[in-house]
Design a protein around this ligand. Structure first.
Ligand code: PEP
Ligand code: MN
Length: 330
């Protein structure tokens, strides 16, 4: 149920009142709140429509009550003076893993020089094998923070479980939930208590509904700043590491007000395919791109095969900005 309140009504006081009635509600925009839990018990929307504070009441039949396009205006997230989900294209670039201060410094320089808004780097890495490089941990986060501040880039890094949230949030602007953790509902709920934007990556066997419901967990727990990320799914195709499902971009644009960015690095697993698929993602209407780059891609400690170098990154930025500009002018 979506309740539109009259001007000047204190929405938080109203939410507290609903909570005393056993309902759970979330503020959505200035005078709008959504009741997300408790309606099963037979609460009737007509009763709310009669209250003096209430302008109108609308049932929310969608499965995605808070992420649904019916529930809110387009979500535009602001980080370090840049916007995600607005009119600009937001590019996140950086290595798969933070390896050293020197590596992050040159990545940050390249990212800033060519117009990226975000700097990525994994400090806690979800590796298939426990014997492979697991990331630099907190030391890596310190480097990421330093470079984000020095080059004025929004920083992005993965949080693997709920116990890491406060640590990662103390260093990083945008917290990434990786594909392997998209179904970690404890983590998703806990991310609801912080305000940092969350980059929520699609699980490699997740449907669009699974992704939106994962977003719903974070929003309903109190954090509306969710950015969805298509990063490829597992199919029977063996040519690429994953199959980048670009259908998801226009599909989600019809269903949700949340920003959608595309990761063609994990989506293809192949360096040579990253640029064409980045171009295609922007042409399909993505709000941004997340890309893995490294000063010496072949020597990247993780995901080398899909990591591009600075020259390719420069080329990609020129191409996608041109495509984005064309689309905004027609
Ligand atoms: C990553 O961004 O390096 C990563 C591990 O991504 P994903 O969770 O999409 O595999
Ligand atoms: Mn990676």
């Amino acid at each position: 149920m979506l309740i539109e309140l009259k001007p000047h009504v204190d929405r938080f006081a109203f939410i507290r009142r609903l909570e005393r009635m056993g309902l759970q509600a979330v503020a959505q925009g200035e005078q709008r709140i959504s009741v997300v839990r408790g309606m099963e018990e037979g609460v009737m929307p007509e009763l709310f429509a009669a209250l003096p504070e209430v302008e109108s009441v609308r049932p929310l039949k969608e499965k995605f009550k808070l992420a649904s396009i019916a529930a809110a205006k387009k979500t535009v997230i602001e980080v370090r003076g840049k916007t995600i989900g607005g009119n600009e294209l937001f590019v996140i670039a950086g290595p798969c893993s933070i390896e050293s201060r020197e590596q992050m410094e040159v990545c940050a320089q390249a990212a800033q020089k060519h117009g990226a808004g975000g700097l990525r780097g994994g400090a806690f890495k979800p590796r298939t094998s426990p014997y492979e490089f697991q990331g630099m941990g907190e030391e890596g986060l310190k480097i990421l923070k330093e470079m984000g501040e020095k080059y004025d880039l929004a920083t992005v890094s993965e949080v693997m479980d709920a116990s890491q949230i406060d640590l990662v949030a103390s260093y990083v602007d945008i917290l990434q939930v990786g594909a392997r953790n998209m179904h970690n509902f404890t983590l998703l709920k806990e991310l609801g208590r912080i305000k940092n934007p969350i980059l929520l990556k699609r699980g490699f066997a997740a449907t669009y509904q699974d992704l939106l419901l994962a977003a719903e967990y974070i929003i309903s727990a109190g954090n509306p700043n969710v950015i969805l990320c298509e990063r490829g799914i597992r199919t029977f195709e063996t040519h690429t590491r994953n199959t980048l499902d670009l259908n998801l971009v226009p599909a989600l644009k019809e269903l949700t007000h949340l920003p959608i960015i595309v990761d063609p690095s994990h989506g293809t697993g192949r360096r040579s395919m990253v640029l064409p698929m980045a171009r295609a993602a922007v042409a399909a209407g993505a709000d941004g791109i997340a890309i893995e780059m490294h000063p010496n891609p072949d020597r990247a400690l993780t995901d080398a095969a899909q990591t591009i170098g600075f020259a390719s990154f420069e080329k990609m930025m020129k191409e996608i900005n041109l495509i984005h500009k064309c689309l905004s002018e027609v």
